[in-house]
Design a protein around this ligand. Structure first.
Ligand SMILES: O=C(O)c1ccccc1NCC(=O)[C@H](O)[C@H](O)COP(=O)(O)O
Length: 269
């Protein structure tokens, strides 16, 4: 099963990183970082409207190579100048062709927060995210136990970051809420078989109290999709493949934002 493979590969990578840079040394790097002046992601989501989180992703397990040309910094800069309010950067190397240095360079270049998109399985990876400039990490409910979910989110917050706690099923949404998640991501992609169902996020959103911002993730393709999610009360959309394949990324992000704004400005009946 792909999720097991992803976790196994992450464990091997983690062990390698820990032997190259022990946790104590990584913590010292984090202690020496200058103060983060970027907007806080939770405050961004709490502003009215739907916020676009645009993803920098070269490959994926479900699609293989998405783009052959990958000027990651330029792509991230285009996203931010088009109005994306956060940029997600894949750092998983084996299945997504991601790199930590992409996160580092993009974080340094942008004034919007960056998400370390990876399979967080150990506190070490949270310090690594911080050391490489991330303002947000991802915690996937399906690969963490209840104690890890709570402790890893709290560690991220202590380090001045936010955690998106990602759920796919009703039970996972329940566990995300129980763990005290302040931001919930609902995936439309089943990470066990890659199947994407756009309606999954719409169904699961109803289980989350309205005061907790919810982000819809995966398989978002059109202005109509974005409008539907805005109308359903989502606070964010995480969009990867559609943007990566777009020739005019700026125009596409602007059209998504316009579609969301149109719904926001409609008077309620
Ligand atoms: O994208 C995949 O194939 C994938 C497979 C297994 C685990 C995670 C996977 N993707 C990570 C993501 O969550 C997406 O990159 C993100 O939600 C954006 O999705 P999309 O807009 O469909 O590229």
């Amino acid at each position: 099963m792909i999720l097991d493979d992803l976790v196994a590969a992450t464990k091997a990578r983690l062990a390698k990183h820990q032997s190259q840079l022990p946790l104590a040394a990584l913590k010292r790097q984090v202690d020496q970082l200058s103060v983060n002046l970027k907007p806080d992601f939770l405050s961004i989501l709490n502003h009215p409207g739907l916020h676009v989180i645009a993803e920098v992703k070269k490959s994926s397990p479900s699609k293989g190579t998405i783009v052959s040309s990958f000027p990651y910094l330029q792509i991230a800069q285009t996203y931010a100048s088009a109005g994306a309010e956060a940029v997600s950067v894949l750092t998983e190397p084996k299945y997504f062709n991601g790199r930590l240095n992409y996160l580092n360079e993009i974080s340094q270049a942008l004034s919007v927060p960056t998400l370390r998109k990876d399979f967080t399985i150990d506190p070490y990876m949270i310090y690594e995210a911080k050391a490489n400039g991330a303002g947000i990490i991802l915690l996937i409910v399906a690969i963490l136990d209840d104690t890890q979910l709570k402790e890893y989110r709290e560690l991220a917050e202590q380090l001045g970051m936010q955690a998106i706690v990602e759920a796919y099923t009703k039970a996972e949404v329940g566990r995300a809420l129980k763990s005290g998640a302040k931001i919930i991501g609902i995936n439309n992609r089943n990470l066990k078989d890659f199947h994407v169902d756009f309606n999954n996020s719409l169904k699961m959103k109803a289980l989350v109290p309205t005061e907790i911002p919810v982000i819809a993730e995966s398989g978002i393709q059109t202005q109509a999709d974005v409008a539907t999610l805005a109308g359903a009360g989502f606070k964010g959309v995480l969009i990867g493949e559609t943007l990566m394949r777009a020739t005019d990324k700026q125009a596409l992000i602007q059209s998504f934002r316009a579609a969301a704004d149109l719904i926001e400005s409609k008077p309620t009946e």
